[in-house]
Ligand binder design. Structure first.
Ligand SMILES: [Zn+2]
Length: 71
């Protein structure tokens, strides 16, 4: 799948990443149908989150379709 990934301060890219898998009973797999940019995303873009690692997937303000649920 394609995802918006963080690669460093001011550097985000749309990358090909592995498809998600259900790993835990409470996991869900979603398809994002619309999204917004949050102020938190701007902090990440500016490098204010020290736990970010290159390749981390961004985005948390989404409208989704649920494709699969865990047990
Ligand atoms: Zn937010």
């Amino acid at each position: 799948m394609r995802a918006l990934c963080w690669h460093g301060k001011g550097d985000v890219r749309v990358d090909n990443v592995p498809d998600p898998e259900i790993k835990h009973p409470r996991d869900v797999i979603i398809k994002i149908t619309a999204c917004a940019i949050c102020g938190s995303d701007l902090h990440l873009l500016d490098g204010y989150q020290p736990t970010m690692e290159a390749g981390d997937i961004l985005g948390h303000e989404n409208i989704v379709e649920v494709l699969e649920v865990g047990s």
